[in-house]
Structure formats: C-alpha cells, structure tokens
Design a protein around this ligand. Structure first.
Ligand SMILES: [Mg+2]
Length: 190
C-alpha cells in the first residue's frame, strides 16, 4: 500500500534561510515546524526533506558536514515529539559546482528527481502527498513529480494556479489536520 508524504524543503521552511547554512549555530528553526512535523507523523504522513545543497558543490562545506548537521536536526525533532523520516539532498550545481559536483542534475530542484527517488524508496503516493517550499523551484519540482498539493510559503508572486499560498507553518498543520479528518482529499481550499 502506498503512503502519503509530507515533503519539506529545508532552507526557508525548516530553518531560516541565511544562505548556505551548514552549522547548527546558524540553524534557526522556523516557528511551527516542530508542531507541523509531529502533526504529519500523527496523520500517517512520511516526512521527507528535499533540499538543494549546492553549498557542497561550491566547496563551502562537505557532504559529511551536511549529514552531521541533519543528524543533529533530526535529534532536535525527536526531542520535540516529531520525526523526520528521510533526507534527500542534491549537492550539484551546473555552473558553480567544483569537480564532480559541476553537472546538470535532475535531482536539483526544479528537477523532480529527489521526489521521484523518495517515492520509489518509501512507496509514496505522490498525488496524495503534500510539498511545502518557499521558492518557485520547489513548486516546479512538485508539479513535475505530480505531487497533489503544493503549499507555497512565500509572499513571492507567481502564476502557478495549482498551488496554495500559505504565510506560516500553522496553516500547513491545519491543512494536514483537515485533510486527515476529511479522508483522502484533493486540493487545499483555505
Ligand atoms: Mg528554500
């Protein structure tokens, strides 16, 4: 049986996007993220982080640095009653990547590669899943992967009609609660 997922971009959704965050000292959790993840866990969503990490490709930090930071992040969620199930990241950049990291990649958003890989690994029903991102590239990745609900956490203007705009993570948590109570629903309607 396929499961629903809550896909989360990282910078700008889980933590404040200070640009190439790679130390826990600079990792500021965004209000409502712990409650949102705990709610998603309760509602039976697989919680998956999908994040471009070109800072690795640019040589600002290493894959080991990233993994260590995300292990710490995972522990912070556990300590607050939530659980991140999986983390997918793309270290590549087509122009600024150094060495092996300089390449075009379908895994780099707006490519859908990370979402499709996660769906395969976790047996996820993409049309019944939810993605939250703060950039249009997140939304485009979600659209390409046919994720059913795209929540755009941003004031940025856009003309993608199939997504829903949210201004804070509490709105996303409310959406999950409503979806859960209504059964398998379609688009958000708030
Ligand atoms: Mg972001």
């Amino acid at each position: 049986m396929l499961r629903r997922a809550l896909f989360l971009d990282r910078d700008g959704v889980i933590n404040i996007d200070h640009g190439y965050v790679h130390r826990k000292e600079n990792f500021e959790f965004i209000d409502g993220i712990f409650e949102l993840v705990a709610e998603a866990n309760r509602a039976g969503y697989v919680v998956i982080v999908v994040t471009n990490q070109a800072g690795i490709g640019r040589g600002y930090y290493t894959e080991d640095d990233f993994t260590a930071l995300m292990n710490w992040v995972g522990g912070e969620f556990i300590a607050r009653g939530g659980r991140i199930d999986g983390v997918y990241y793309c270290p590549d950049h087509p122009e600024h990547g150094v060495g092996k990291y300089r390449r075009e990649s379908n895994f780099r958003k707006p490519g859908p590669g990370m979402l499709i890989q996660a769906a395969h690994d976790w047996k996820i029903d993409l049309p019944q899943s939810v993605l939250i991102g703060d950039k249009l590239s997140d939304m485009e990745a979600g659209r390409s992967a046919e994720v059913g609900t795209l929540l755009f956490l941003s004031g940025e203007a856009c003309d993608l009609v199939e997504l829903s705009r949210i201004t804070n993570l509490a709105e996303a948590a409310n959406f999950l609660i409503t979806e859960c109570n209504d059964g398998m629903g379609g688009k958000s309607s708030f």
